[in-house]
Design a protein around this ligand. Structure first.
Ligand code: AGP
Length: 378
């Protein structure tokens, strides 16, 4: 029986849970993968394969960090399965009069499985005739019990209010779900599946070196401790990671931070960027992916323009990058990985940065003011 008060020698649950991510990913991924058969096995999905074959659209509904995972999942599913995906705030879902049709499913994502907004959104979707699949980190939670199918994350009990290890496990489950849909719908051949599964199985091992940036992130927190506003940026699948980096900083350190699509900054926020507003930009690159290289080059151009107007830039890049360290004020380099899996590595330095800013500000990292772990009120 896990003793929730046990911090395993760490000063706080948040940093303990950040360092538990490699194991949470192994526990979430390994039971569902057969490299031999190049197959994904989703035991509790309970939606007939025929229904998945005739799907016309997927709606993802969630709150907070879980919604950011859903946004990452949207890129994965659309890229790998070519199936349209919409992502909604659970708290807004009922107002959007979402026109759910028979050939659609609704995926609800939740760490706790008890969030009231997400519970209501699932009930709303079912009332409108949609099948639902719940991605939950708590077995037999309300949302899991009420769903037609379930995909559990096995990140382990998350005690700290700021969600960290559940987020990376959710992104891994969404990648598995994308491969499973590709498998069932005949969109992904065996070789392609085996290649992608091998890359996914590598991610937990790449998280260990990614966690080695902890000391550098502590120094960055020291350097940026006095700033009261931050802008986090990313393009494509990296944008939701920027959103979550901003959310982590907001919720544990009470510092104002915004996540923004990098390309959108020239339509307004660029006016804000000067020596008083640090920019954290996700500029990793999968050299084997032409789209990733194009995004990288655009990010490099953005960094140059932010620097020209006196901005302070923290860049998150990929190991072997010799350009970013010359351009940005600070650069954190992460192991190489395929474009669709980079988000699972990229969030780590952002989690640790937020953690150390909060610690150095003397705040209650695990129990931030005005927040609860499971928001059971609408
Ligand atoms: C994230 O760090 C927050 N604790 C919060 O935004 C959370 O993600 C949100 O309340 C959703 O919770 P759930 O995943 O348990 O449904």
């Amino acid at each position: 029986m896990v003793d929730p008060s046990d911090k395993a020698g760490f000063p706080h649950h948040m940093i303990k849970e950040i360092f538990e991510q490699p194991q949470g990913l192994r526990d979430t991924i390994l039971p569902r993968v057969s490299l031999e058969e190049a197959a994904v096995k989703l035991e509790d999905i309970r939606i007939p394969a025929d229904d998945l074959r005739t799907l016309r659209r997927i709606n993802i509904v969630a709150s907070g960090t879980s919604r950011h995972a859903g946004m990452v999942g949207q890129y994965m599913i659309q890229e790998l399965v070519n199936l349209p995906v919409e992502v909604d705030y659970a708290s807004e879902f009922e107002y959007r009069n979402s026109l759910l049709g028979p050939d659609e499913i609704t995926v609800v994502i939740t760490q706790s499985g008890e969030t009231a907004d997400t519970t209501s959104a699932q009930r709303e979707a079912k009332a409108r005739g949609s099948h639902t699949i719940a991605i939950s980190n708590v077995v037999d939670s309300t949302i899991a019990r009420e769903a037609d199918g379930v995909l559990y994350t096995y990140a382990g009990k998350e005690v700290s209010i700021a969600s960290t290890k559940a987020f990376t496990a959710q992104m891994a489950v969404l990648f598995l779900f994308s491969l499973y849909l590709g498998q069932v719908r005949g969109k992904l051949g065996k070789d392609q599946r085996r290649h992608l599964l091998r890359e996914l199985l590598e991610i937990p091992n790449k998280l260990d070196p990614a966690l080695e940036c902890a000391e550098q992130c502590e120094h960055l927190a020291e350097t940026y401790l006095k700033f009261d506003d931050f802008l986090f940026m990313g393009r494509g699948i990296h944008y939701p990671v920027a959103m979550d980096g901003a959310l982590k900083l907001k919720e544990v350190s009470y510092v104002h931070a915004e996540g923004y699509p990098t390309g959108e900054t020239k339509h307004g926020p660029l006016a804000l960027i000067d020596e008083h507003l640090p920019v954290v930009i996700l500029a990793t690159c999968d050299r084997g992916d032409p789209g990733s290289v194009i995004r990288y080059e655009k990010n490099v151009a953005n960094i140059k323009s932010f620097k020209q107007q006196g901005g302070r830039v923290i860049a998150i890049g990929s190991e072997g990058d010799a350009v970013l360290p010359k351009l940005a004020d600070h650069t954190v380099l992460l192991p190489q990985a395929p474009e669709l899996l980079l988000p699972i590595l990229e969030i780590v330095p952002l989690q640790i940065f937020a953690y150390y800013i909060a610690v150095k500000r003397g705040l209650d990292v695990d129990r931030p003011r005005n927040l609860v772990k499971s928001v059971t009120l609408e």
